[in-house]
Ligand binder design. Structure first.
Ligand code: SF4
Ligand code: SF4
Length: 368
């Protein structure tokens, strides 16, 4: 296998925060065992060994949660030790960590910089917006701590990506969030629509993002971003970068822009493996890393239940003008409306692409 990509959950669903919209907390409530505790050394070693045996050219190890730093720095040092032990000459390794940023200190910063981790920090923007949803279990906001630690990482030379979850409230303030992040010196952004709990009708929670609000947010964000691009200020907004790159003829980077789900190799703390972070549910468990017959999958392994039951994208997508860019979005956003299967945010995408396409094409022609 040329490229192996996987994401480990070393602390399972354990987290020191209790964010109101946490999709993983909700998923774990929908399976028999909500937390698999902390990953043990034999599981960690098996993951690294089997991934590096399988990878011919590159291997990308991601860590997510719950909160993965709860596993502790010694766990991550052990992980690096295993990568050195099992790495074949010529295989390139990439490391990524997604964290709420609250538990980091100078030792973490030194480790992450030394090992070239790309770190995604969840920071929902300005203090009032962030603290509304991202609080400690006792209810105390975490904004100051997270901002301080994000700066500490940057100063230590760690590549930092800011992840903003878009809620009904934050999407309405997207201009102030974008400007605030820039002012603070963060130039890699990702804006992720928040999910509603599994099986619940979309849009019914106090924080739920609606298609109308999402469309307005995308347009506002694009206006600001485009003006910056025109002035030569490059802010990376992952969604826009992806669409621009697709317009230039490159393959999509995010699985939601491929038109089909693909295998993400999500590994829970006990070594169980699942196809996608949004579906770490009992019925989709593929196998366990400690199984004798274990193998990594890539692309679209149709023999697995998660892919076998996939219905493809929306019924309207085939004839849609924007399909080449949108590709129908993420399966987790699919809803049945008037007996029709469609992406909940379809209207937002249609409105946004119609609004932005000329400027996107201009950027495609005049920027590298
Ligand atoms: S459900 Fe969404 S995130 Fe998961 S593999 Fe499919 S497109 Fe990707
Ligand atoms: S805009 Fe809507 S119909 Fe068009 S491809 Fe996207 S989800 Fe499908």
């Amino acid at each position: 296998m040329k490229h192996v990509q996987l994401m480990m959950k070393p602390a399972s669903s354990n987290c020191n925060l209790r964010c109101r919209y946490c999709f993983y907390f909700d998923e774990c409530e929908n399976r028999e065992v909500s937390s698999y505790g902390f990953m043990k050394e034999d599981v960690l070693e098996a993951v690294v060994k089997k991934a590096l045996e399988a990878a011919e050219e590159t291997c990308t190890f991601g860590f997510q949660g719950g909160e993965p730093t709860l596993a502790g720095l010694p766990f991550f040092e052990k992980f690096m030790e295993f990568t050195r032990k099992y790495k074949k000459p010529g295989t390139r390794l990439f490391f990524a960590l997604q964290t709420n940023g609250t538990l980091l200190d100078e030792n973490w910063a030194e480790f992450l910089a030394k090992n070239s981790f790309l770190v995604g920090i969840s920071l929902d923007g300005t203090g009032d917006i962030h603290d509304r949803n991202r609080s400690e279990k006792a209810g105390k906001g975490t904004f100051r701590k997270v901002l301080k630690n994000a700066h500490m990482l940057e100063k230590s030379g760690v590549e930092v990506n800011i992840l903003c979850v878009l809620t009904k409230q934050s999407a309405r303030k997207i201009a102030s969030i974008y400007n605030f992040l820039k002012k603070e010196g963060f130039f890699y952004h990702q804006y992720i629509p928040c999910l509603d709990p599994l099986g619940q009708e979309r849009g019914k929670n106090p924080w739920s993002l609606t298609p109308e609000i999402y469309e307005e947010a995308l347009k506002t964000l694009f206006d600001l971003w485009f003006e910056d691009m025109r002035k030569g200020i490059h802010v990376s907004v992952r969604e826009f970068d992806n669409w621009l790159s697709m317009l230039k003829g490159y393959p999509p980077e995010a699985c939601s822009q491929v038109g089909r789900c693909s295998m993400q190799n999500i590994i829970e703390a006990n070594g169980d493996i699942y196809p996608c972070d949004f579906y770490v549910l009992d019925q989709y468990r593929v196998s366990n890393i400690l199984d004798g017959e274990f193998q990594f999958f890539q692309g679209i392994p149709r023999e697995l239940p998660f892919f076998r039951e996939e219905k493809g994208r929306g019924e309207n997508c085939g004839g849609c003008r924007w399909y080449p860019l949108c590709r129908g979005g993420c399966r987790r956003d699919y809803v049945e409306e008037q007996e029709q299967r469609k992406n909940y945010f379809c209207q937002a995408y249609k409105g946004f692409f119609a609004y932005a396409i000329e400027r996107m094409e201009w950027l495609t022609a005049y920027t590298r």
